[in-house]
Write a protein that binds this ligand. Structure first.
Ligand SMILES: [Zn+2]
Ligand SMILES: [Zn+2]
Length: 385
């Protein structure tokens, strides 16, 4: 059974909505216009209930099936990235410094496509709970919606989400039976020494040398302190210090990210970072402070939900269970922390990479994703008899 016919017939309209959304990207929690657009479509479809303004601009909509039964959640993100678009496309961003560079415009439209089908057909026993979330890129939208209490009277049995995947053909799906997206922590290291003349280093305690040594020593944590089969990344991505060729500065600043899946590994990295920073600083006579900020947790699929999602995806297109997760972060992990479910990739074809200025969501993907969402409701909540 391929893409649902009535959804395929609306492909042009889905693409039209998606391009509209793409022209007017909104960042973080400020998805006001996007949320109004989504809510207007949901009202047209005749969903049973819409809850708006959740944690700012989030939306939760309920569609009841022909019979009563449990509630299943489907989630899409709506937010864009703070970057300039360089696609040159007719529907390119009209907002300087904002771009749908991760395809969340496509995710929202796929869920809208499913919403219209489900509101028209209602061939299920239970409630479809459609979740439109802001601020995924900041990693704060999911947690804010959960904390808002909007789900307090909804007993979500399972929850599912899609993310487009450049390089995988449109119509292909993949997921994992466990970890799928990494925990994303960030860190800053402030190194303070004693500056002075570049010609008289012996009269200074040089934070540049200390910062370089700290960055080198940090590379030993993954290679020497963590089991070789664990998946973890420690990347230093910024060092800033100094202002002139003849001035030894008194301050250096280091910034980076840690990606992991296992909480024990995450804790070991954090502890070793503190020890390495303190030890290196002492050896150079400078002081250094590590600010380690845990971000969203790892996204861990429920094995049964993932297996079922792959089974349903195989009805719509091609599906595979893959072994390896991705080292990106995804704040859907906050939902998966509380509710069994699965995060599923859907192919975006031969597009530029996510977060690249040339990226664009592939409109051929939308009917596949919308059909997957719709079938997930019909298959997890089958009508009796
Ligand atoms: Zn992204
Ligand atoms: Zn994304």
């Amino acid at each position: 059974m391929p893409v649902i016919n009535s959804i395929a017939a609306q492909s042009a309209e889905l693409a039209h909505w998606r391009r509209d959304m793409h022209r007017w990207p909104e960042i973080g929690h400020e998805c006001h216009q996007t949320a109004r657009f989504v809510a207007a479509r949901l009202r047209e479809f005749g969903v049973d209930e819409i809850r708006e303004g959740i944690a700012g601009t989030g939306i939760v909509a309920l569609i009841h099936g022909h019979d009563a039964g449990p509630a299943i959640g489907l989630r899409a993100d709506m937010d864009a990235l703070p970057m300039d678009e360089e696609t040159g496309l007719e529907h390119a961003s009209q907002v300087p410094g904002a771009m749908h560079g991760c395809g969340h415009d496509g995710h929202s439209v796929m869920l809208l496509g499913a919403a219209r089908y489900l509101a028209q057909t209602r061939n299920f026993a239970g409630t479809a709970v459609l979740i439109f979330q802001p601020a995924e890129e900041e990693g704060t939208g999911a947690a804010a919606m959960l904390a808002s209490g909007v789900f307090d009277d909804i007993d979500l049995r399972e929850i599912y989400a899609l993310h487009n995947f450049p390089g995988m053909p449109a119509g292909h799906f993949s997921t994992t039976k466990g970890p799928i997206m990494a925990a994303v922590d960030t860190f800053e290291i402030h190194v303070d020494g004693q500056g002075g003349h570049g010609a008289k280093p012996h009269e200074t305690t040089d934070p540049v040398i200390a910062a370089c040594a700290i960055v080198q020593a940090l590379q030993t944590i993954v290679s020497r302190n963590i089991h070789a089969l664990e998946k973890v990344v420690l990347s230093v991505t910024q060092i800033h210090s100094g202002s002139a060729d003849n001035v030894i500065p008194s301050h250096a600043w280091i910034n980076g990210t840690v990606r992991s899946f296992d909480r024990g590994v995450q804790e070991t990295v954090r502890r070793r970072m503190a020890e390495v920073v303190a030890g290196q600083a002492a050896s150079f006579g400078v002081t250094a402070r590590l600010d380690y900020v845990p971000g969203e947790p790892a996204a861990i699929n429920d094995p049964d939900c993932a297996t079922f999602a792959a089974h349903v995806a195989a009805q719509v297109g091609q599906a595979e269970i893959r072994e390896a997760p991705e080292m990106w972060g995804e704040d859907f992990s906050h939902f998966l922390d509380r509710i069994p479910g699965a995060f599923v990739f859907v192919g975006n074809g031969d597009s530029a990479a996510l977060h690249h200025p040339s990226y664009d969501f592939n409109d051929e993907t939308a009917p596949f994703g919308a059909s997957f969402f719709a079938r997930m409701i019909e298959e997890t909540l089958p009508l009796r008899g």
